[in-house]
Design a protein around this ligand. Structure first.
Ligand code: ATP
Ligand code: MG
Length: 384
């Protein structure tokens, strides 16, 4: 008899011929979060389990596994031999203080001599005998004691099913460059794409000295929070000060934000292409601010030639985004009150429905090529 942690996977179940590619990626990612923790990883016909760890580390291991995309749920369990004697002996020792319970038996190993229904009733009787204050409720029990009799002479007994992050293993779906501000939205956008299996890198623009060192450190902190789910990634930090000053000096102020964003996207595309990254990811959300109208997004898409731009939050309400930010642990950092470069030189009346021709005309007043080259030369790289 030993303590184990059962790991069940989700959507990759549906994969056909390429199943082992997804499964191997998931195993790599699990190994990587368990790196440095003493335990063993085991495979068992379409599920995994962790064994040989110290009981005091169980919560820590579960917390790490909860962040691995591709895992559907986790159960701390006791593993016993698949004999009636061993199972009966463990189950009859279970202590349930009060309320109702039921026993659900899954007989994956059909060689086990008693049917699931029959054995469930028998085990229920054993539990009742030793816990006289409780009752059986087959439909809505307080506790469901699950007995999973597997093929390799191992039976798992557990009562807790902890929901994990779901999604697909990171590393199974292209790669994306996340435009990461210090706000609530973009960390969630990165999380959502990584949850679909996309490894990410991130790009942050700052306008030092208009924005502070603290604002930049906040973004590094956010990147660290995201990396709990994505694994290590590269953060590119780009100074936007010269570009903003130049736009401010030469262009119609109404177009400040639109042109800033078009230049951000050009730089993002350059970095993505130089580093073989296949997509751009942003936290944009339809209608949230002036720069997030259909017309504004048409103007920003216009400068990116060959890469898809993913906006996973496009149709979310702020409330829903905030809830995810709280769940993944980025919210508290996102709301720290440091300014973003987008709020520096903010015009009183930003254009809400910009036209591409107008943007092009305003941009002709700038040395865009020179500004971008200079920004690229000063790019800072931080490995998170
Ligand atoms: P967020 O909460 O993510 O900051 P927001 O609601 O503040 O979003 P905007 O400021 O319009 O919206 O930014 C929209 C998107 O543009 C952000 O989600 C992010 O992807 C990108 N972005 C904005 N500012 C920056 C920045 N300083 N560096 C990198 N990307 C940025
Ligand atoms: Mg922002």
């Amino acid at each position: 008899m030993q303590r184990v942690i059962i790991i069940r996977y989700g959507e990759i179940f549906l994969k056909g011929k390429n199943f082992s590619f997804f499964e191997n990626k998931l195993i790599d990612n699990i190994m990587s979060v368990l790196d440095g923790m003493e335990c063993n990883f085991n495979r068992l016909n379409k599920r995994f389990f962790i064994s040989d760890y110290e009981e005091r580390n169980e919560k820590k291991i579960i917390a790490a596994l909860k962040c691995v995309f591709g895992i559907h749920s986790i159960s701390p369990a006791i593993m016993v031999e698949s004999t009636e004697e061993s199972i009966n002996s463990y189950v009859s020792g279970l202590k349930i203080k009060s309320g109702s319970f039921r026993v659900s038996v899954n007989r994956a190993d059909k060689r086990f001599p008693i049917t699931s229904m029959e054995y469930g009733a028998k085990l229920g009787g054993l539990i009742l005998k030793n816990n006289p204050g409780i009752r059986v409720d087959l439909h809505n029990p307080d506790i469901e004691v699950c007995v999973d009799i597997r093929e390799n002479n191992s039976t798992f007994v557990y009562h807790e099913v902890i929901k994990a992050s779901g999604g697909m293993p990171v590393g199974t779906s292209g790669s994306g460059l996340l435009l990461l501000s210090g706000g609530i939205d973009s960390p969630v956008a990165g999380y959502m794409m990584a949850r679909r299996g996309m490894p990410i890198a991130a790009l942050h623009f700052h306008s030092y000295p208009y924005t502070s060192e603290d604002a930049k450190n906040k973004v590094i902190d956010l990147a660290k929070i995201i990396s709990k789910y994505t694994g290590h990634f590269r953060l590119y930090v780009c100074s936007f000060t010269e570009i903003q000053e130049s736009i401010h000096k030469h262009c119609n102020s109404e177009f400040m934000i639109t042109i800033m964003r078009r230049i951000m996207y050009r730089i993002a595309e350059r970095i993505a292409k130089d580093n073989h990254i296949g997509a751009i990811i942003t936290g944009e959300n339809l209608g949230q601010v002036a720069s997030q109208t259909v017309e504004s997004m048409t103007c920003t898409n216009d400068v990116v030639d060959d890469l898809p731009i993913f906006r996973p939050l496009i149709a979310f309400d702020k409330e829903d985004i905030t809830k995810i930010a709280m769940d993944i642990g980025s919210y508290e950092t996102s709301i720290l009150p440091y300014e973003d470069c987008c709020t520096v030189f903010l015009p009183k009346h930003p254009v809400i429905k910009p036209k591409i021709e107008k943007c092009v005309k305003e941009e002709s007043k700038l040395d865009i090529g020179g500004l971008i080259t200079s920004a690229m030369q000063n790019l800072e790289i931080i490995d998170i």
